[in-house]
Design a protein around this ligand. Structure first.
Ligand code: ZN
Ligand code: ZN
Length: 52
């Protein structure tokens, strides 16, 4: 099963290494994490955490 990155819309497997915002739940791939960093740009105080 593939699910889309909520930043770049690229689809990856569900068990891919996702990073999930601890506040709003936004889910991004590690390529996007390298681009945008750990601070979530969709909410005021969220940080992306390694889901695995
Ligand atoms: Zn992405
Ligand atoms: Zn967030």
């Amino acid at each position: 099963m593939l699910i889309p990155c909520q930043e770049c819309r690229t689809e990856y497997a569900k068990d891919w290494t996702w990073f999930v915002c601890d506040t709003c739940g936004k889910r991004i791939c590690h390529q996007c994490l390298a681009t945008v960093g750990y601070k979530c740009n969709d909410c005021a105080f969220g940080y992306f955490k390694d889901k695995n």
